[in-house]
Design a protein around this ligand. Sequence first.
Ligand SMILES: [Cu+2]
Length: 476
Amino acid sequence: MQIKRRNFIKSSSLLAGSVLLAGKELSWAKSLAAPALRVRKNVANLSPTNSDLSLYSKAVQVMKQRPASDPTSWHYQASIHYNFCPHGNWFFLPWHRAYLLKFEEICRAACGNPAFNLPYWDWTTHPTIPASFWGNGNVLFDNTRQAGPTTPMPAEFVGPPVIATILNLDSYEDFGSYKAVSQRPPSGGGTGQLEGRPHNNVHGRIGGNMGNYWSPLDPIFWLHHANIDRLWATWNDRGHQNSTDVPYNNYVFKQNFHNINGAPVDIVVKSMMNERNLGYMYDTQHNILNIPRLASTFNIISNDELVSTASATATKQAPAVFSLAGAQRFSNLMGHKINKGNAVTFDQISTGKKEIKIILSDIVPPGKEDFFVRVFVDAPDLTVNTPITDPHYVGSISFFGSNHVMKMDNNMEPMPPHRLKFVLDATRNLSSHFSVSTNKVSDEVKVQLIAVPMNENSEAKLTTGKVEIVIAEKAG
Ligand SMILES: [Cu+2]
């Protein structure tokens, strides 16, 4: 190979040769300056012996033997999540990144091998919990799980088209959950796509400890969150920008985490924004980059008229139905408010110039989370069995920890669970529904929610107070 390269340079022009050499020198200089990045690996490729997987097992065993009062113990590490974890707001991603980093350091010390890196579980390519996490007496097993060794995480939440859609979101908030002033409610916010779809559903689908705020007691938790973190890193690699909001970036997670000696540490949000600056990356971070990138930012430009604030309850027997303002007004709205004197048609939406989003908000957190909700528009005879291949299907939402009663210490009155908000993309559904070219218009848009139980006994009941259809336009 060396000789071929040399021949190539000789037979090329002098200029081409020197460019090649300069490029090589640059990359050498770079690798000398920066220490090698640690690589978090796909658990599916790890052997049960002599790998990060066996080191993890060793670390879990050691940590489980430590007294619960020791901040580096298994139980204490889980209690950090119970006491501080942010959900349904934009502190979700950086908080969990910091949580994994400090945990990973404690694992390195516990297993006695500084080369250890936390593996991740890619539920998109391997939808069942890895075989190495099963079996009585196995420290990686959690006997509270409701999912079994062959229960797949549903494609509806973790399948390639869902992940592709999420990786193509441009807004940091759509991707990583919405703006809030503090990590725990009442703080504003709302659940974005990555958190609300794969993240929440994997928690709920596994159930048991994984289904509540003590989820880190199940050793699969850490690999689940490493995959969430990997998708964030991938989203950045695809050119999407994290929020530059100053109060957000300067927000400090005060003494939420501990170092390997058990001492509490502060971590500022802005230090969590780039995984390579933190010294690590993922082995397949680049392998999922070939999903075509859809361009640019979307700004919501109008949601006039298309709001329903009537409250409705979705159950497994009957959908919640929200009737929104007529299509004619919708059509006028687009011509009038979006682009005066130069009417925008739905054909333009279908070619990707605009997006239609459905925002579900003022959702009462469900008491039990053993169900999820499918969202449709104008589906005739909608039932719990209507498949997601139905053309009226918009998307699915799932809940995790949403009914967690906030109580930072025993002297505090518990705060009630906050109302939830989800954003779904309905461009495909509504652009064809309203096609100007075929003249198919109806008088109103019905947004329908149907509750889908995960098991027979589920009550599956969700009350939503507000539904909006908004038009979002690409900026720039
Ligand atoms: Cu989680």
